[in-house]
Design a protein around this ligand. Structure first.
Ligand code: DX5
Ligand code: ZN
Length: 220
């Protein structure tokens, strides 16, 4: 299963509704929503009111990426706002295992995000508690950065690790600098959910999306 998860951080907020409709018309099923608190990352983006507002207008699967210190504080609120998948950074959780349990208890899918410099070893004892791993392929905080080439090996190692441990169903999502060129590399390495902000919203949205789907179809 491959999915493109357009990141609304790069959307045009004056035309957000139209752009969300267009994503669905183009065949997207996922929407990546970046929540930033100004502490875990320097920037501040948006939070619950924005998410609940777009929830009323969209059927997309809401993939909420919490770039927030101690995200356990917001698990319930995010569920009420309409998140389907809640991703927390291992670096931001005092009690990662407990936070993942909370997310499942609230009825959402749970994912762990890792910054580029964070080792895959932090996942070792929570493999049974997550539905997805998000590998940051840039340092988190801003859209429009360039893919870090060294992350291709990390994706490959994660795919091997999950296969060896018998957790083949866990998705691998990559986030940062993904465009139709880097898409090929990350897919080859074993990623199956591709976040793209500027890669989708810069230029012509429909033809950008079509290029991603072409890459997916080539691998089927
Ligand atoms: C960055 C965010 C990303 C961002 C990706 O910290 O987590 O989701 O929107 O943007 P691009 O695809 O432009 O690198
Ligand atoms: Zn993100």
């Amino acid at each position: 299963m491959y999915q493109l998860a357009p990141s609304i951080l790069s959307a045009n907020f004056n035309h957000l509704q139209e752009q969300l409709v267009l994503l669905e018309q183009c065949g997207c099923q996922w929407l990546h929503i970046d929540v930033m608190d100004g502490v875990f990352v320097p920037s501040i983006s948006f939070g619950m009111p924005v998410i609940s507002s777009i929830r009323q207008e969209s059927e997309l699967f809401f993939d909420v990426h919490m770039m927030v210190e101690e995200p356990s504080r917001y698990v319930e609120a995010m569920q009420k706002s309409g998140a389907d998948m809640l991703t927390v950074h291992a670096e931001a959780c005092k009690h990662l295992d407990w936070t993942l349990q909370m997310i499942h208890e609230c009825g959402m899918q749970a994912a762990v995000a890792l910054n580029p410099a964070t080792s895959l070893n932090v996942l070792d004892y929570v493999l049974d508690k997550m539905d997805m791993v998000l590998l940051m392929t840039v340092n988190p905080g801003f859209g429009g950065q360039s893919y870090l080439p060294v992350m291709t090996d990390k994706i490959r190692s994660l795919r091997e690790k999950l296969d060896e441990a018998g957790y083949r169903k866990i998705f691998i999502e990559v986030d940062g600098g993904i465009n139709s060129v880097t898409a090929e590399r990350v897919l080859e390495a074993g990623a199956n959910i591709l976040v793209a902000g500027s890669g989708v919203f810069t230029g012509d949205i429909s033809s950008n999306i079509a290029l991603f789907f072409e890459k997916f179809n080539q691998r089927k």
